[in-house]
Design a protein around this ligand. Structure first.
Ligand code: 6R9
Length: 650
């Protein structure tokens, strides 16, 4: 995009939207006048059993304490107080099952279910501080399980139900979870796929290596047969459902650990990102209210994420429920039974706020505009995007076709680590540009700097800018579970002198000073908005006896943002070198990590391009994968390796 286009291609908010928007420009002024007072004001959105003594204690940086001395109960804030305020009959969740079944759950019913689960988990002997793994599809009990943990001060670790038994085991072991909550199976395109079986496989996987899990609590969903270990395994409907629906929530310290969520880093070992209570809930609540312009009792909100990702944590569970949202939770895929599913759901419930990922928008584009055009989408008044940069073409299509050419789009930049939205337009305030996340939210500070930390100038689009966060924020991660050294090294070492958080994303400021996030600058790929490390996929590949060495890159992909392209060198043992082996390797990666990580292409090559210090030059492999002219090859040991690699690609 050219500079001029950046300037002209701007969509100011309509006067009508601005007139009734939750946010106004004064928010920026109040926040910059006194950041801590501003956050204290936002924290007052919540119910505190005991007020805080200090808004921010940064004396132990980079580990922040927000609202130090304050005590609250996260679940009480998301459920109880709405019932006590007289909104018990409001629907909290319109749940839509994949096979077409549905359930409406009011806040009063949600309170009863969360209370039953809390009572039963207590009966199992779980106590504040214990870890619970949640490995479930998008069923209401998944939300209930998360809230029951929050209510008891148990730290949940949700593991995406698409992850393999190996990935589950790794996460369960790392957090020493005492309990796993799961379902018998999950619906996927009309078929019941086993899930409890995967839990058993995970627990038996390491042979004799003991695990921390005492019980497996199983929700019945698909009614498929499950392997059963008497004494260890428990049915939800025979236990939780029989427990008392009365439970009194106890307050916990503002810094009490709320959850661990694993995300890919630049090494093969996923990082357990740790989030705590008061600051996290303050910022998820504040951002959900202002960025989505959410109006309790009026809007019907739908975030299409899965609870296995941070977006599901912050914008299905904690943000919306703390704001007394009525929301849609959908179990299935967007094209089951056909491509009309999402728009039928929008029509059925009158969805007014719709939040999804660019990869899905591009998929909708591919399916054609006649599909959404067959539905009444007039209830939609705001659209959101998250997970990767949204290309201007997809942005315009989203606004024109889904948003009737009129509604605001909020392109929200944030990360598992940031806990909540950090950079985004404010609807009703910001004139938006297709593809730009625009500016840090009120209360948030971000900079675009060069390698040395010098601020990159406006309009300097050729510069390599890095996105850094130069001030602590309430929902920031408090560390990496069990590895505080890695926490410091990953995020705080790069700009240690300045004390800035390094986000791992490239960014630029356009001539107007508006911020564009350009994507990862490290070895993390972004496939359909999911973070996958190159190292993780490489280690799955070399785990196969036929592979001697592997190098993996993310190559741009029209639909998924990036696609995984692997280059492998075979061992002498490799029996086959053709497509059968390639298929086997793809399946191996899907099995080891998740179907999300299945490589788009695998090329068998005689050699990999390496620097003299032995580092694989991924940048050059990306050039090959994307069919570009090769960049600088001068540091290569043997520039000729590319002839051989190209030959295998042709
Ligand atoms: C919430 C979430 C974080 C990474 C992040 C960046 C990319 C997310 C984006 C975006 C450009 C946006 N990302 N939102 N890039 N514009 N609006 O996705 O968390 O899974 O941890 O991924 O996703 O690269 O660093 P997570």
């Amino acid at each position: 995009m050219t500079e001029t286009a950046d300037h002209r291609d701007s969509y100011p908010p309509s006067a009508e939207f601005a007139a009734s928007a939750n946010a106004d420009a004064a928010l920026y002024e109040r926040a910059s006048a006194d950041r801590e007072a501003f956050w204290a004001e936002q924290a007052s959105r919540l119910h505190w059993h005991q007020p805080w003594d200090q808004v921010l204690d940064w004396s132990d940086a980079p580990v922040a304490k927000w609202f130090a001395g304050g005590r609250l109960n996260v679940a009480y804030n998301c459920v109880d107080r709405h019932v006590l305020d007289g909104h018990g009959d409001q629907v909290a969740i319109h749940w839509e099952g994949e096979p077409g079944d549905s359930r409406a759950i009011t806040y009063r019913e949600l309170l009863a279910e969360v209370s039953r689960a809390a009572n039963y988990l207590t009966e199992l002997g779980l106590a504040a501080g214990d870890r619970v793994a949640i490995y479930m599809p998008m069923v209401p009990e998944a939300v209930v399980a998360m809230l029951a943990c929050a209510r008891l001060g148990l730290t949940h670790s949700v593991v995406f139900a698409g992850f393999s038994p190996t990935a589950l085991r790794q996460r369960v072991d790392d957090a020493s979870a005492r309990l796993i909550i799961t379902t018998d199976g999950q619906w996927r395109r009309g078929k019941a796929a086993p899930l409890k079986e995967a839990v058993d496989e995970a627990l038996f996987a390491n042979g004799d290596v003991p695990h921390s899990v005492e019980h497996v609590l199983v929700v019945r969903r698909t009614e498929i047969e499950v392997p059963w270990t008497e004494g260890r395994d428990l049915w939800w409907h025979e236990t939780v459902a029989q427990a008392s629906p009365e439970h009194e929530a106890q307050p916990f310290d503002a810094e009490h650990p709320l959850f661990i969520l694993y995300t890919s880093g630049t090494t093969g070992k996923p990082k357990g990102i740790l989030h705590t209570s008061g600051g996290y809930l303050t910022q998820t609540s504040y951002t959900h209210h202002n960025v989505f312009d959410h109006k309790a009792g009026q809007d019907v909100y739908w975030c299409t994420a899965d609870i296995g990702w941070v977006t599901g944590h912050s914008y299905i569970v904690y943000g919306p429920l703390s704001n007394r949202a009525t929301q849609v939770v959908y179990e299935g895929t967007p094209n089951f039974p056909d491509e009309h599913r999402h728009w039928q759901i929008v029509e059925k419930y009158g969805v007014s706020i719709y939040y999804t990922a660019p990869t899905l928008v591009r998929t909708f584009m591919k399916w054609g505009r006649e599909i959404p055009a067959a539905h009444d989408l007039s209830s939609i008044r705001l659209l959101g995007s998250v997970g990767e940069p949204i290309n201007p073409e997809a942005w315009r299509w989203y606004r024109d076709v889904i948003g009737a050419g009129a509604v605001p789009i909020v392109d929200t930049w944030w990360q598992t680590e940031t806990g909540s939205i950090m950079i985004s337009p404010l609807p009703g305030v910001t004139a938006t540009k297709p593809g730009a996340a625009m500016a840090p939210l009120p209360g948030i500070s971000a900079l675009v700097v060069d390698e040395e930390g010098k601020p990159v100038q406006r309009g300097e689009t050729e510069a390599n800018g890095y996105l850094v966060l130069d001030q602590p924020w309430p929902s920031m991660l408090r560390g990496i579970w069990g590895d505080m050294e890695r926490y410091r090294a990953t995020y705080w070492e790069r700009y240690a002198e300045q004390g800035w958080y390094f986000a791992g994303d490239g960014a630029k400021l356009d001539a107007d000073g508006d911020l564009w996030v350009l994507g990862r600058v490290d070895d993390v790929m972004n496939v359909s908005g999911h973070r996958i490390s190159t190292a993780e996929v490489e280690s799955a590949l070399v785990g196969h006896s036929g592979v001697a060495e592997a190098a993996v890159v993310g190559a741009s992909d029209e639909t998924t943002g990036q696609g995984i392209v692997a280059f492998v060198i075979l061992t002498a043992e490799a029996k086959d070198t053709g497509t059968a082996l390639v298929d086997e390797l793809k399946a191996e990666v899907a099995r080891e990590i998740s179907p999300i990580a299945r490589p788009r292409e695998i090329h068998v090559v005689p050699e990999l391009p390496k620097t003299r210090s032995g580092k694989i030059m991924r940048r050059l492999l990306r050039d090959v994968a994307e069919g570009r002219e090769l960049g600088d090859t001068s540091t290569l040991v043997d520039p000729n390796v590319f002839e051989a690699i190209r030959a295998t690609k042709a």
